[in-house]
Ligand binder design. Sequence first.
Ligand SMILES: [Fe+2]
Length: 465
Amino acid sequence: MRILKSLLILSITCMLNNMVQAQHKHTDGEVQSHSHYTTHDATPAHKLIFPSSTPDRIISNLTEDAAHSFAVNWRTDQQVTNGVVEVALATDGPEFLLRDVRKINAVSQKFENKNRNEPLVRATYHSALIKDLQPNTTYVYRVGNGEKDNAYWSEWFQITTARTGMEESFSFIYFGDAQNNVKSMWSRVIRSSYRDFPQVDFMLHAGDLINDRDANLEWGEWFHAGSFIHATVPSVMTPGNHEYRDGILTSLWKPQFSLPENGPIEELKETCFTLDYQDMKLISIDSEGFDESLEAREAQVKWLDSVLQSNTKKWVAITTHYPIYSTKEGRDNWELREAIKPLIDKYGVDLVLQGHDHTYARGFPENEDKGLTVVENAGTVYAVSVSGPKMYDSKDQEWMVRRGEYTQLFQIITVSENSIEYGAYTPVGTLYDAFEIIKKNGKKKLINKIPDDPIRLKKDIVKPE
Ligand SMILES: [Fe+2]
């Protein structure tokens, strides 16, 4: 009897609680019975599209001086007008809270955009540069509105600054196009890359991160897929043609990323740039910008020449979305190749990392009729890769050393004092392609380390019915 009475009291309490949840008083005194997202409830995936007062889309970007600084950007709703970053040396326990926690004010800007077939989204974007850091040091940071009462903060993230010398190697992950079904089918690629190589120093995206320039849902998916990885491992990205439409870069690029502003002209800021990471110079060429405007084309070629001419770093990598050598049948970016390849050859660029063709290929022009395992006096290695699920057929060509179709990939590239090691992996961890470049005393040797597995071609994987 006593048990029955207890159960009765419990069920009445639950009913009352439910009523309180369903019909509660807002601070303005209005009684409402709904979730807090009524205005958005009719929008599918509204949690990916609309901001709240709690920071979202938090991302760290590489700066020109990654040993002493990092950039962080995030988004809130427009109730939040100020942004603050708190940063401290990471400690074994929570004692960093008792020590020097620096506060850095962000630059906050109200922003709204309405993509076709999407509702209007109003947000505040916040951007901060965290500088005066020590090299090769792990920090904790969080972002928020900085207020004591009514505080909205992210969790504390850990981030490690770059080393200065080459006593130790560094690694980065290179992703080809994510572009389509980013939440559904790209997420496993970035997540498995991080699971397999959690010590990676930064991530590089070679354009077409999304499909439709200003689609808030698609950007929401990209940030959802990477989640805390975007805030923990600094990123760098070059835009693809899908970050552009009608010759115009997405209005979200600059609010949501902080990329170096050292490109040649105003319209190429944060899309064409260079940065040094330990002993490597990394250069982003905005190949859609190159395609869209003669001014942007000429400016980038002249700028690339001057950047390479004054380079003092041992290693040079270029990332650009359109391939210098296309993999897809019928595609040939000959104007880009004719403009840029002479400079790549003249200055002995080591790697060119590209996307756009939704297939995989890696090779070099000197490969023709050779197919050697060890290549003396090696030139530049060109790679085209894809990380998302959209797939094209490719055309076998002489420059290709390893080719693949219908395969989602990420590449781990490890740069040491005298070598670059490159491995292309599928999301289940299978090594699909590998090589090593050894550069000593001005001589460069390439060693192909292709796995024995046969090449993956769509016709063998997707059998016609
Ligand atoms: Fe593309």
